[in-house]
Ligand binder design. Structure first.
Ligand SMILES: Cc1ncc(COP(=O)(O)O)c(C=O)c1O
Length: 341
């Protein structure tokens, strides 16, 4: 964190830990495009095992992992059924259309989940001149819904509906381990309901770069080819994969601290703006959002107090807790929020 500033804009601002920097300095490396980087191979195996999938692929970003899933699982010209506020729908700069030639059948995701009935509707609509769905995509945790983790039963119901229609499921698990820690549902139990699952190492887990996509061996092999096509093949990537191994091994359990701190911030937001839609009981991971008519002005005002916040939509402010913000930082943010206009 920049000294003197409490940076709550995103968990992507986390910097690698000392242990990561050491691991990076001494990482064994090779040319990963030849499949010869032992550290990348170890990271891919560790993640595949952790989420109970046959294989995994290391990629530069969460966006690329999502895009690979779309390209491999959704036929060009099909629709992807997904929540209307999901990252893959609104925050990837139209990549789904440009990279994978799909369009979205965007459904309500108010509590962070999508309704199995909406999946059934999209499937049935193909018999009524609608575009045929090719994939269902869920986000876990769901960032705009205050980082809500999916209830496993709900996910199973969505997966069952997709399965009945022969549709694969992709899980954008950018914050999959926040979901695991908050809900107690193992990442593998979540992943069992999806064909592919992606996870970012570069958010709350503090690695500097990188995400992983896991799934059946044939799907991941196909994704490897697509990664190359998109220019995502990396050479001595073990340097960054080494930090990823530390992330998976050492940084998951501590996410609970971020969740407690987010809850504290949510209480302050709810106290200061009782009608702004912030319900602390719904803040179970590391994201706090609320409505504010002058969102950008509020962000500027908080910055004046040394507290950096962000916006995720017109009139919606966001704070995200992470490893580089401690209790003192949170208390400073609480003070700034309670004193804000
Ligand atoms: C839910 C979700 N999915 C995907 C991504 C994309 O990750 P990246 O920034 O590594 O491309 C993000 C990034 O913030 C995210 O929040």
């Amino acid at each position: 964190m920049q000294s003197g500033v409490v940076d709550l804009r995103s968990d992507t601002v986390t910097r690698p830990t000392l242990e990561m920097r050491r691991a990076m300095a001494f990482a064994e490396v090779g040319d990963d495009v030849y499949g010869e980087d032992p550290t990348v191979n170890a990271l891919e195996e560790a993640f595949a095992q952790r989420v109970g999938k046959e294989a995994a692929l290391f990629v530069p970003s969460g966006t690329m992992a999502n895009q690979l899933a779309l390209r491999v699982l959704a036929p060009a010209g099909s629709t992807v059924v997904a929540g209307r506020r999901q990252h893959v729908v609104i925050y990837e700069n139209g990549a789904g259309a440009r990279n994978a030639a799909v369009q979205f059948s965007a459904v309500d995701d108010i509590d962070g989940t999508i309704d199995p009935a909406d999946v059934a509707w999209a499937v049935e609509a193909a018999s009524h001149h609608y575009v045929r769905p090719g994939l269902v995509c869920v986000e876990n945790t769901h960032m705009p819904a205050d980082g809500a983790p999916w209830p496993l039963d709900r996910l199973r119901a969505v997966a069952a509906e997709a399965g009945a229609a022969g549709l694969p499921v992709h899980m954008d698990g950018a914050r999959l381990f926040n979901a695991e820690v908050a809900s107690g549902v193992p990442a593998a139990a979540y992943a069992a309901e999806a064909t592919t699952v992606m996870c970012c190492l570069s958010k709350g887990l503090c690695a500097p770069v990188g995400s992983l996509l896991a799934g059946p061996a044939d799907v991941i092999s196909e994704a490897r080819g697509e990664r190359q096509r998109l220019g995502g093949g990396m050479r001595q990537a073990g340097i960054i994969a080494a930090a990823g191994l530390v992330a998976l091994d050492r940084m998951v359990d501590r996410l609970a601290e971020d969740h407690d701190r987010a809850h504290r911030l949510a209480e302050a937001v709810a106290e200061r703006w009782p009608d702004a839609g912030c319900d602390p009981s719904r803040v179970r991971t590391n994201v706090v959002t609320w409505r504010h008519a002058a969102a950008l002005a509020l962000v500027d005002h908080l910055a004046g107090d040394g507290v950096l916040a962000g916006t995720i939509a017109p009139g919606v402010v966001r704070l995200v807790t992470h490893h580089d913000v401690d209790d003192a930082g949170v208390e400073r943010a609480v003070k700034a929020l309670l004193g804000a206009v």
